[in-house]
Design a protein around this ligand. Sequence first.
Ligand SMILES: Nc1ncnc2c1ncn2[C@@H]1O[C@H](COP(=O)(O)OP(=O)(O)OP(=O)(O)O)[C@@H](O)[C@H]1O
Length: 256
Amino acid sequence: MTPALEIRRLTGGYSTRKPVLHDISFEILPGEMVGLIGLNGAGKSTAIKHVLGLMLPHAGEVRVAGVKLEEDRDRFRASCAYVPEQPSLFPNLTVAEHLRWTEMAYGLDPAEAERKTRKLAETFRMSHAMGALPGTLSKGMRQKVMLMNALLVSPPLLIIDEPFLGLDPLATRALIGALEDARAAGTAILLSSHILPALERRADRLVVLHQGRIVALGTPGEVKAAAGYAAPTEATLDDAFEALVLAAEEGGRPVG
Ligand SMILES: Nc1ncnc2c1ncn2[C@@H]1O[C@H](COP(=O)(O)OP(=O)(O)OP(=O)(O)O)[C@@H](O)[C@H]1O
């Protein structure tokens, strides 16, 4: 099975003189949900920028749906949808027009896109707001529009930054349901978040970044074991994360 995302020995960042990411490797298979966690400045956004093809590796490679950016720029980009933490929408397009724009940009089947759009609007309780411009929506509603657009595409790889921040409880529940549906349809999902309990419950695997290096990688149970909390344990992912960060800082080397 071709991984939806394959990062091999990636060293990268904003300047080759001072890389942010050091030799990181992990993959996400179709239908898998992986959580990316790390302190502020650990390198999560930088890793995502490499996956989106906004930056080129200094060394190593990034493949999305089996393709490197240099091999097929259009396929690489079309294979991934990204929802940033800060919604960014076109001020002069209504919610419905955003979804229509996405349908055209990704070459989706119009009838199927219309059916999915209607379902997404219902799921996220946005049916009443389809004719609204972004400037008249709340922040959480703007985030819902971003999520609806990404879910409409159903790409091989879906990346969401802080998925649960700013959503009301019903929207959170709707998003979880929609992500489960996307997974069942084969979409691989990468969630970058500081809200560890939410990831602990939902992610198949976690990538723990610290100072641009992977300090633990595996299921929540494996990450806890890497932090010294072997099963059965009462320790939470927050406990394990803190232990991993402290160990990496004290030892100056990766653990796990
Ligand atoms: N545009 C930039 N130019 C140069 N260095 C940058 C730039 N953006 C981020 N960095 C540096 O890259 C490192 C990693 O930052 P990054 O934004 O990837 O962290 P993060 O894990 O996403 O953090 P946060 O949780 O705060 O969003 C930091 O040392 C940061 O100072």
